[in-house]
Each structure stands twice: as structure tokens, then as C-alpha cells.
Design a protein around this ligand. Structure first.
Ligand SMILES: Nc1ncnc2c1ncn2[C@@H]1O[C@H](COP(=O)(O)OP(=O)(O)O)[C@@H](O)[C@H]1O
Ligand SMILES: [Mg+2]
Length: 230
């Protein structure tokens, strides 16, 4: 059974008199535990696709179905709740809260919560330690390197143990060492929790280097999603 499905999804942007169909009848499904790469050059609609799949944006037509429930007809409040409880989003722009330390940024999605502050702190510290950020937990975003900031954003996306993670070019601009760390981290999360990972990238070389048999690979081109065998 599919965890997430897109059926005949169409999204067109209009600017002045020009219309660009960014998502041109997309049909897609992701199962529990899938590691999915979506690769395509800039401007091909990858971010738009993630926004539509996660309910941040609505398609013009078509359906998004998550855990057998249609999301496309739900209101913002409900969708925000689903995202908070079940989805992890790693944005292309990292968006950390500048006045929060690394650990406070990681904890931010958990409040308000039935867990105590102490429990939340422990959980966040454990995750940051796993990421090799043990000595950075009290640093503010401006005191971190690009790779470290990404890692914090990833920890923040994983803290609520989402069933599905949308990672929008999470390694863009990182050196090879951090690129590998980020991918390893998502791999580990994928195998430990049987979570689904949707990994967006503009780099074909990254897919060649890091994909494994069993992964699903799609190419995004002219508004279409084309399956490619790994
Ligand atoms: N809010 C918007 N209004 C108009 N055009 C947009 C908007 N968002 C994205 N686009 C256009 O849609 C296309 C796909 O954008 P995007 O989804 O960001 O692609 P990618 O993530 O693959 O770089 C681009 O041509 C972009 O200019
Ligand atoms: Mg993008």
C-alpha cells in the first residue's frame, strides 16, 4: 500500500500573460521505507512538487493522498497538524531561527508538547550528538558552518520521527564530507525507522554515487516525472 500518492497532479503558474505548467499530470507513489531520488536541473518544478506533496501548496487539479486520506481538500490547520505529526521537511533555504541555539532550533517543532522540557532536551541532544554536533548545541545559527546549519535543520526535521521526510536539495553547497554525512544520516533514519525519504537534487553525479539497488529514481523534466531504474 502506498504511503503517499499523487494522482493526475497539475500545477500551472501564471506570470503576466504567460502560463508555465510546472507539474504536468504527475502520477507518483511512495511506499513505506522507500528511498527516492528526484533529480532534475533548476527550474524544473522540484520544489513545487515537494510543496504540493506535503500540502504546503495546492495543485490546480489532481489529488494528493497520504495514508489513504485525501489531503487536497483539507484546510491549512489540518494540513499543518499532519505535517507536524507525520512529515519532516528539510527546506532548500535552511530557515533556522537566528535567536535560538542549535538545540533550541531542533526542539522547536515539539512545542507545545505533552513531554517535559527535560525529555525533549535529552532527545534533541541525542540526535545532535549522532550528527557529530555535540560541541555545537549551544551555538547560534550564525556561529555554525553551512554543513552544521544543514545538520541542525535535518535534526529539526527528524525530531518528531516523521513517517516521510522531504529533503529539498539538502546537500546543495556542501563539501563532499558534509554531503556524505547528510546522506548517511538520511539512510540511517530510513533503515532504522522504515521511514520514506524523498531526496531532491540537481546533481546527477550525487545520484550515481550514492544510490543503491532498491532505491527509486525519478527524473523531473518539462513538468513530468520519469522513472529511471537505479
Ligand atoms: N510562486 C511562483 N510564481 C510563479 N512562478 C513560480 C513560482 N514558484 C516557482 N515558479 C516557477 O516554476 C518553475 C519551477 O520552480 P521550482 O519548483 O522552484 O523548480 P526547482 O525546485 O526544480 O528549481 C520555475 O520556472 C519558477 O520560476
Ligand atoms: Mg528547488
Amino acid at each position: 500500500m502506498a504511503l503517499l500518492e499523487a494522482r493526475n497532479v497539475i500545477k500551472t503558474y501564471r506570470k503576466n500573460d504567460e502560463a508555465i505548467t510546472v507539474l504536468d499530470n504527475i502520477n507518483f507513489s511512495a511506499n513505506e521505507g522507500d528511498f527516492i531520488f528526484i533529480v532534475g536541473p533548476r527550474g524544473q518544478g522540484k520544489t513545487t512538487l515537494i510543496n504540493v506533496l506535503s500540502g504546503l501548496d495546492k495543485p490546480d487539479s489532481g489529488l494528493i493522498i497520504f495514508e489513504n486520506e485525501t489531503l487536497t481538500d483539507k484546510d491549512e490547520e489540518y494540513l499543518a497538524k499532519i505535517r507536524r505529526e507525520k512529515m519532516g521537511l528539510i527546506f532548500q533555504d535552511v530557515h533556522l531561527i537566528p535567536s535560538f541555539t542549535a538545540v533550541e532550533n531542533v526542539e522547536s517543532p515539539l512545542y507545545p508538547s505533552e513531554f517535559s522540557e527535560k525529555e525533549i532536551r535529552e532527545k534533541s541532544l541525542q540526535l545532535l550528538e549522532k550528527l557529530g554536533l555535540k560541541y555545537r548545541v549551544e551555538h547560534f545559527p550564525e556561529e555554525l558552518s553551512d554543513g552544521e546549519r544543514r545538520a541542525v535543520a535535518i535534526a529539526r526535521a527528524l525530531i518528531n520521527e516523521p513517517k516521510i521526510v522531504f529533503a529539498d536539495e539538502p546537500t546543495a553547497g556542501l563539501d563532499e564530507e558534509w554531503e556524505k554525512k547528510v546522506i548517511d544520516l538520511l539512510r540511517t533514519y530510513n533503515s532504522e525507522k522504515k521511514a520514506t525519504i524523498i531526496f531532491i537534487t540537481a546533481k546527477n553525479t550525487l545520484v550515481k554515487k550514492y544510490s543503491r539497488s532498491g532505491d527509486k529514481i525519478f527524473e523531473m523534466k518539462n513538468g513530468k516525472l520519469v522513472s529511471r531504474s537505479s
